[in-house]
Ligand binder design. Structure first.
Ligand code: MRU
Length: 339
């Protein structure tokens, strides 16, 4: 498949600078393109917690660089690992990257060796995304329309993206004609971030209100819903941004196919099913205001889970860099990822 990476893979939001980590502040996009310089593991932890850097693979990569900063400064590494690990609970890429760094530490790696490991984690993610782009796009019939949710692009990864990588590859290869992105309330990852990426790439895309998704599917304009993942359990149940589950239900009802795209670092074979995945609850204030402006009556309360679990039975394909699993279940997952 011919993919024009010069056009479709130009954004790098996580940039190692040798002695500090530079992050494109995703809280401000698209209004402002400002960079944050993290100079120790505590600043990286804060950036992950506050969503300055977000998206499952990107927070794993950032955390790995946080460990490198601690090592360069001669800081105790166990507390740094523990602090970074506790930054957010749902995306397993965070724990996966820290476990990988910890294994190198246990093997006696110095700061330079840890730097090479973090760079490998970042480079492998980019390579995985490009490979998944090809695998996922190959499932899509030419002339298709697709709907995506949240932001799974270069901002959320080392580059190119997972679900957005498949969309980029599909557009580049002439298989996808129409792209729709849901707003992704309350944090607006779709409206603020995915649309920013697609407009920069010159991909014609249309934003929809999250609540317009079923109506869109009924219209026949989309053949696939394509999403990323924060954790895929051993039976294929998939945690992703809140609202993904209702998209999967609506897709099945309308005969629209549902694809999950994630690197193997998102697969957690130690978690048997979605029920065991911890769902992050964030500050209800995120729901009670828009852009810092209170929109809900004082005294009102809110419940703000930011992920949900889509059961494997609603997923038509899980695409990882190791290959595609159609109709995922525990057996197929074990065959590809071991136990
Ligand atoms: O809360 P966020 O913005 O970090 O949530 C991100 C998502 O849910 C993404 O869909 C997921 O991490 C995959 S990113 C390639």
């Amino acid at each position: 498949m011919s993919i024009d990476y010069d056009r479709y893979d130009r954004i790098r939001a996580v940039q190692w600078q040798g002695d500090h980590l530079r992050l494109l502040d995703q809280r401000l996009l698209p209004r402002a393109e400002e960079w944050i310089d993290c100079r120790d593991a505590a600043q990286v932890t804060q950036a992950i917690r506050d969503l300055a850097v977000r998206g499952a693979p990107a927070i794993g990569i950032a955390a790995a660089w946080g460990v490198v900063l601690a090592a360069q400064q001669g800081a105790p590494l166990e507390p740094a690992l523990a602090m970074l690990r506790a930054a957010r609970p749902t995306a397993v890429n965070l724990m996966w990257a820290l476990d990988r760094m910890k294994a190198r530490i246990t093997a006696g790696a110095d700061a330079a060796a840890l730097e090479r490991e973090a760079q490998a984690i970042q480079d492998e993610d980019l390579a995985a995304n490009r490979h998944m782009g090809e695998l996922g796009a190959a499932l899509i019939a030419p002339g298709s329309g697709v709907l995506t949710h949240c932001n799974t692009g270069s901002l959320a990864t080392a580059g190119f993206g997972t679900a957005l990588g498949v969309i980029r590859a599909g557009v580049s290869a002439g298989r996808i004609d129409e792209v729709y992105a849901g707003e992704t309330r309350p944090w607006q990852q779709g409206a603020r971030l995915t649309m920013w990426e697609l407009v920069r790439d010159g991909v014609p895309a249309r934003l929809i209100a999250d609540s317009a998704a079923s109506h869109l599917m009924r219209s026949g304009a989309v053949q696939w819903v394509i999403v990323g993942a924060d954790r895929i359990a051993a039976n294929g149940d998939t945690a992703n941004k809140i609202g993904t589950y209702q998209l999967a239900i609506a897709a099945r009802h309308h005969g629209v196919k549902f694809m999950v795209v994630a690197p193997s670092s998102t697969v957690d074979m130690a978690t048997p099913s979605g029920e065991a995945i911890e769902i992050e609850l964030r500050d209800p204030a995120e729901l009670l205001a828009v852009a810092g402006q209170r929109t809900v009556v004082e005294g009102a309360q809110a419940w703000n889970p930011v992920f949900d679990v889509t059961p494997a039975g609603l997923i038509d394909a899980i695409v990882t860099e190791r290959g595609v699993i159609e109709h995922p279940n525990a057996l197929a997952m074990q065959a590809m990822f071991g136990s």
